[in-house]
Structures are given as C-alpha cells and as structure tokens.
Design a binder for this molecule. Structure first.
Ligand code: ADE
Ligand code: ZN
Length: 347
C-alpha cells in the first residue's frame, strides 16, 4: 500500500492542534457574513482563500519587518469572526468531523480563551460551545475529545490567572482537563507563569507548554518546562514541540527520566527549516527512545497540512516502516491524557 493509504487507515490520536488554527476559510467567510464583520482585505471568497497560500513563517522579533503579517497576526486576525457560542461549537465540530474522517480516535486540542475575551467575547460563549462539541463529537463522530486551556505567554500572567479563575467560578472546570502556554515565546520564559501552573497542578489539571524550535532561548525554556514549571516542585506532563532538545544530552536525559511526551508538528518546522534538520532530529528523538507524537499545530494556517499529511511527511522523510508508524501511534495513546478505559479501547 502507498504511504497515504497506510496513514489514512491508521487509527490516530492528535495531541497538538489549536482549535482556532483549524478555522477553515469557508467557515470564516460564513461567520463574517452572519456576524456582519467586514473583511476589508478580502472582497471575495476567492481572495480570502488565496490569502492562505502565503507563507506565514516570519518572526518579526528575530528577522525584522518584511511588511507581511506574521503567522500569529494571521491566526489572531482569522478568529475575529468567532463571536457566539454557536460559532465556537461550529468551529470545534468542523474540526472533529474532519478528525473522524482521518480516523483520529482521540484529540485534546488547545483553545485560547484570552484571545476571545480580550475582544469582548464572553468566556461562557467559548466554554459552552466547546463543552457541547465535546459531548456531541463523541456521540455523532465517535471521537473522544477533551480540551486544553492555553494561556497567552505574551500577555500578563495575572490575566491567565483571572481567566482560569473565571472559568472555574463559572462552573466550567470540567470542560477542560489541562492547561498550556502558547503565543509569542520571545523573552517570555515559562517560569513567568509558575503561579498559574502551580494552581492548576493543585487543582488536578495536566500541564504542558510550548517550546518551539527556532525561537530565542528554546533550550532554556525546555529545561524550565521539564524541571521547574510548577514552582520548582515538578515539571510539566508534556512539552509542545521541543524538537531541538535533541541537541542537548542533559535535556534528553531529563525528558527520558520523567517520561515526558513531545508533541511534534513537522510541517510547522519544515516550512521554515531544512528537511534534513527537521526529520533528522525527529528520527534521532525516536531512536533515543523519547516519547513523541506527530500533530498538525494550525493546519488551516499551515497550508492545509492536517495530522494525516504530517504523518505522511514523517513516514516518508524518516523512512519509518508500517510497524514504526503503529508504534508511533501507540506512543501517542500512552502520552495522551485520555482516561484509562479510552486508552485501552484505542490502543
Ligand atoms: N498559538 C496558536 N498557534 C501557535 C503557534 N504555532 N505558535 C505559538 N503560539 C500559537
Ligand atoms: Zn502549537
């Protein structure tokens, strides 16, 4: 069988996808019309779709201003059409239907509540929409899903704490099972957020944080997440990205000792880094026995590379056998935060 047939039939998990990063141009267009939000840059649907072909891989802090929107500007701009509970439900259900089509059995996507509340959207609209989608996706599509509340690291940590407490006080504590850290990593080490991580740990949530390759100080960020994210007591449960940990034996030792899982998003790196670097490092991590899983990050802002296409890239460029791919998916189940009975069922 071909790589794409094999990969599409493989039962899958997806552990690193931002739900707002799955907003399709067609749903964005529809919601803009429904909510009467002008898209002045895109007079036609066709021009909106065409804009997604642009490479949003420029980091202004690192590379200077080239006049193009950065990836994060495009991502935050896109989500402005999301306003009501129904919109968040539709966003989530569109992704989860597609996940089911790709034979994804379990997913724990991220959502960015602050990116919505700072635009005047009620937290309850976000939480209710996601809660309903979690329930319905299981029933309608057979996909198990739970949510990870991500905090914006380029925003004051007190806002993260306020958002989190507001969610718990609103009775939405059961809608998510983990907290994470995303957005612009530049000069924003995870240790700035140790209070909220400590609080979430005490409340029984899983913990993860982004440490993307190619950012400033990534190795130091990985070290913090692996060792002292929650007030110096224990590290996080997973690391999002962490590809360049392989360059530091001392980091690999900690990651292996703690059995931390890495959620890798090959196309997110491949669009800006050499093939040999990206897939060479993925293979080295795998051969080292580090627990990794392959995911998509922000598929609609990354040239429509969904988890399927990311797995195809890995099978091809890493030269993995069918057996390797099955073991890779089982590793994903192991490092997922699915309930034990769900893990049994999908393993
Ligand atoms: N938030 C959503 N997608 C992101 C990414 N690729 N990097 C940092 N923050 C993000
Ligand atoms: Zn991410």
């Amino acid at each position: 069988t071909s790589i794409s047939t094999f990969v599409s039939q493989l039962p899958k998990v997806e552990l690193h996808v931002h739900i707002e990063g799955t907003l399709s141009p067609s749903l964005r267009w529809h919601l803009a019309q429904k909510n009467q939000i002008p898209l002045p840059q895109y007079p036609t649907y066709k021009s909106l779709v065409a804009s997604y072909a642009t490479m949003y891989n420029h980091r202004r802090e690192l590379h200077g201003d080239n006049g193009l929107p950065t990836f994060l500007e495009a991502y935050y701009g896109g989500m402005e059409v999301l306003r009501t509970e129904e919109d968040f439900y539709d966003l989530a259900m569109e992704y989860l239907a597609k996940a089911a089509d790709m034979n994804v059995r379990y997913a724990d996507p991220f959502f960015d509540p602050q990116a919505h509340t700072r635009r005047g959207v009620a937290l309850a609209a976000v939480m209710n929409g996601l809660e309903r989608a979690k329930r319905d996706a299981k029933e309608m599509y057979g996909v198990e899903v739970d949510w990870t509340m991500c905090f914006l690291r380029d925003v004051d940590p007190s806002s993260a704490m306020e958002t989190y407490e507001q969610a718990l006080e609103g009775g939405f504590g059961h809608v998510f099972h983990a907290v994470g850290l995303d957005s612009n990593e530049y000069d924003r080490p995870p240790s700035l957020f140790q209070d909220i991580f400590a609080r979430a740990r005490k409340d029984g949530y899983w913990i993860t944080a982004h440490c993307d390759v190619g950012q400033k100080d990534t190795h130091e960020h990985i070290r913090e997440v692996a060792t002292s994210c929650v007030g110096g007591l224990e590290g996080a449960d997973r690391i999002d990205h962490g590809l360049n940990a392989i360059e530091r034996p001392e980091l690999i030792q900690i990651i292996k000792q703690r059995s931390l899982g890495l959620t890798l998003c090959p196309h997110a790196y491949h669009r800006r880094l050499p093939t040999e670097y990206v897939f060479g490092n993925i293979k080295r991590l795998w051969n080292e026995g580090v627990r990794i899983t392959i995911a998509s990050d922000d598929p609609t802002y990354m040239h429509q590379r969904w988890v399927l296409e990311n797995l195809e890239l890995v099978m091809y460029h890493c030269g993995f056998s069918g057996g390797d791919m099955v073991r890779l998916q089982r590793t994903g189940v192991d490092i997922s935060w699915a309930a034990e009975d769900v893990k049994e069922r999908i393993r």
